[in-house]
Write a protein that binds this ligand. Structure first.
Ligand code: 13P
Length: 249
């Protein structure tokens, strides 16, 4: 089964390091049937354009400003990213929600801005440990989806990928079981069906993210309930990431 494998570099590597990484990744990913995407920091996107254009590795940003342009010192717009050839942007990552206090309302605005500028959105949702332990994870994720996708049309959803990233599994070495993932993906698809349609629920790509690495990736990604994975730490090693990207699932 063809999968979507996305690397999220977070705030790691320099543009120079990324250049070497990209040259290696493009070479190693030649001929892979999976869709491969890397999301480095903004400062690396011109390098991505230089090295990855014409390869079968796509690239994206990790964030955008919800506004189109103007007096927003320090922000980066969707149009700027698009102009550098990015196809994707990650929106609503739990680190942005928790550390930069991004609300669902803001995330909803960012999604709309990204789509209006022709970017595909990787929307991250997922519960923290406390919510999970109090058995509220499904309710919590449903509410995130409800708020984040508010006011959107079904045809716009074609540009959205959902990444289920339980916060307790991010960077911790703990990862969700196949049963946990399958159950939550069902919840996500059901919510999309309620908000949009059964067709939308079936066709939307849902990924898993959280401590996917070179030792556990096969078991996790081969799960037919998911369409791929969003990989943080393990994507920084080009040998490991390309093994994951080249696998026949
Ligand atoms: P890790 O793979 O490092 O746990 O990070 C997951 C993640 O946050 C990807 O967006």
């Amino acid at each position: 089964m063809n999968k979507l494998i996305i690397g999220n570099f977070k705030m790691n590597t320099t543009p120079k390091e990324f250049k070497e990484y990209s040259i290696a990744l493009a070479t190693k990913c030649k001929g892979t049937k999976n869709d491969v995407v890397v999301c480095p920091p903004f400062t690396h996107l011109s390098v991505a354009k230089e090295i990855l254009s014409g390869s079968n590795v796509e690239y994206g940003a990790q964030n955008i400003c919800e506004e189109e342009k103007g007096a927003f010192t320090g922000e980066v717009s969707a149009k700027m990213i698009k102009d550098l050839g990015a196809s994707y942007v990650i929106v609503g990552h739990s680190e942005r929600r928790a550390k930069f206090k991004e609300t669902d309302r803001l995330i909803n605005k960012k999604i709309k801005t990204a789509l209006a500028n022709g970017l595909k959105v990787i929307l991250c949702v997922g519960e923290n440990l406390q919510t999970r332990e109090s058995k509220q994870a499904a309710i919590f994720v449903r509410k995130q989806l409800d708020d984040d996708l508010k006011g959107m049309y079904e045809n716009e959803l074609e540009g959205v990928v959902i990444a289920y990233e339980p916060v307790w599994a991010i960077g911790t070495g703990k990862f969700a079981t196949k049963k946990d993932i399958t159950k939550m993906v069902e919840v996500i698809r059901k919510e999309i069906e309620n908000q949009f349609s059964a067709k939308a629920a079936q066709s939307i790509n849902v990924l898993y993210g959280g401590s996917v690495n070179i030792s556990n990736y096969k078991n996790i990604i081969s799960n037919e309930a998911i369409n791929g994975a969003l990989i943080g730490g393990a994507s920084l090693n080009v040998d490991n990431f390309s093994v994951i990207a080249r696998e026949n699932y």
